[in-house]
Design a protein around this ligand. Structure first.
Ligand code: ADP
Ligand code: MG
Length: 449
């Protein structure tokens, strides 16, 4: 075959291959556009794992009527104009290829309005070709609907996985962005069921609770870097040394608000736990690195999932130090004296002698696995493992929800239970220590002096 220049259509489909791998990549690109547009709320809806339908609605600044069609041309962007701008990218997008790529392999309906125009614009494209453009009413912001992804690329469609798997990938992206932007309200629903929601109150810890569940969310330690030491700002949350996982995939990194894979920075987090974790175990964490945009090259990876630091060692040190600092400051030191078994008077629970308060299973959506057991006081001696009197045992509870990150509301056959989760947690720790003490297994160490 002779050499020829590919038609625009073929060229865009090839380019789309890099940007659009699966429904989750569409969600990622659209959500990034919403964030770049200054949205405060981003709602994502999918059907059939996003293969049939994806809709992203935001309240961002929208696209002026005269520019809507332009937004779908390849290499058209409002975020960059000269090559020099590449040195200081402050937005998530900058290549102007996402919308064009997505449109070339799906049916798109893009409805948008800027606040100072009286009416919005609706643009419809199929396989990259505009099939309709008209005025349309909508509040300021943008709603993008993607239908029948890869309808014109059967080879690609074949590689899509089950709805469930595709939903999982979409959820992964949404929770990452919810963590990176706690001040934005994200909602994700699959097949008309809301599966994830972030409050948008600016509190990363609240997002962590939404993502990892109550107990993990509450256990994380907050990382704050010392501004005097470096211009590289590190923030986020990491697990206390008692919490760990069998692989490093629970370490999530963001650089200037962009989720990245970075083996070195991941290693910096792990290194900070040096000697604190058993071998082969890894911490969990969400670490946000912020540095001047000119210090980092974001244009090194087709899906923008990797970045290059001008000074990689400095970034490594900043992360390692910030994480290490919080671990040293906040990790509990083993007790040297024998703990008293009497419960502090101010505590909301009194430990009746035989009362037991038991945690089932490990971590995870912990509260759902919490079970309470009560036995009348004085029926047993504490060192006897007497069977629990079943009539006094609280039934397994179904957790209904949580109020003010303070109370767990649960339902049992007998009615509603309101659980003060902090008191409950203290009680669990207390019982654990008591049990360890009875087994003479309390971690202790002799002080030098
Ligand atoms: P990029 O994000 O790299 O600029 P895209 O193809 O994703 O490229 O988007 C092209 C342009 O369309 C953006 O630069 C932006 O001006 C506009 N745009 C896309 N999505 C939105 C949105 N949700 N709100 C406002 N403007 C948008
Ligand atoms: Mg974009």
């Amino acid at each position: 075959m002779a050499i020829r220049v590919l038609s625009d259509k073929v060229a865009s489909q090839i380019a789309a291959g890099e940007v659009v791998e699966r429904p989750a990549s569409v969600v990622k690109e659209l959500v990034e556009n919403s964030i770049d547009a200054g949205a405060t709320s981003v709602q994502v809806e999918t059907r059939e794992g996003g293969k049939r339908y994806i809709r992203v609605v935001d309240d961002g600044r929208g696209v002026p009527a005269t520019e809507v069609e332009l937004a779908f041309r390849r290499h058209s962007t409002s975020k960059l104009s000269t090559a020099d701008d590449l040195d200081r990218i402050a937005t998530l997008g900058f290549r102007g290829e996402a919308l064009a790529s997505i449109a070339s392999v799906s049916r798109v309906t893009f409805v948008t309005r800027v606040a100072d125009e009286p009416v919005g614009t609706l643009l419809r494209l199929e396989g990259g070709k505009v099939v309709a453009q008209q005025e349309s009413g909508r509040p300021p912001g943008t709603a993008v609907t993607i239908e029948d992804l890869f309808f014109n690329v059967p080879a690609r469609r074949k590689f899509l996985r089950t709805d469930r798997t595709e939903r999982g990938h979409i959820g992964g992206w949404l929770t990452r962005y919810a963590m990176a932007y706690p001040e934005l309200r994200f909602t994700l629903s699959h097949d008309e069921r809301i599966v994830f929601q972030s409050a948008g109150n600016g509190q990363l810890r609240d997002v962590l609770v939404a993502v990892y569940g109550l107990e993990l969310g509450a256990a994380f330690l907050e990382v704050v870097s010392d501004e005097r030491e470096t211009s590289i700002h590190v923030a986020g949350f990491v697990s206390p040394p008692a919490l760990h996982r069998a692989n490093r995939s629970y370490i999530t990194l963001f650089v200037n608000g962009r989720w990245v894979r970075d083996t070195r920075l991941t290693y910096a987090v792990i290194q900070a736990y040096h000697t604190l974790l058993p071998t082969g175990r890894y911490p969990l964490g969400v670490v946000m690195v912020r540095l001047p945009p000119e210090e980092v090259d974001v244009n090194v990876h087709p899906a923008k999932a990797e970045v290059r630091f001008r000074d990689g060692d400095a970034a490594f040190r900043a992360v390692q130090k910030a994480v290490r600092r919080v671990l040293v400051e906040r990790s509990p030191v083993p007790l040297a004296s024998r703990p008293s078994t009497s419960w502090p008077a101010a505590a909301p629970f009194r430990p009746g002698r035989g009362e037991r308060f038991e945690r089932l299973a490990g971590l995870g959506p912990a509260v759902e696995q919490m079970r309470f057991e009560a036995r009348p006081a004085d029926t047993t001696r504490p060192d006897e493992a007497a069977p629990v009197v079943s009539s006094d045992r609280l039934p397994p509870l179904r957790v209904v929800g949580q109020v003010g990150t303070t109370y767990v509301v649960a339902e049992g056959p007998g009615g509603m239970y309101l659980i003060d989760q902090h008191a409950a947690h203290e009680r669990i720790l207390f019982e654990r220590l008591l049990a360890e003490r009875e087994r003479a297994a309390v971690a202790s160490q002799t002080m030098l002096e």
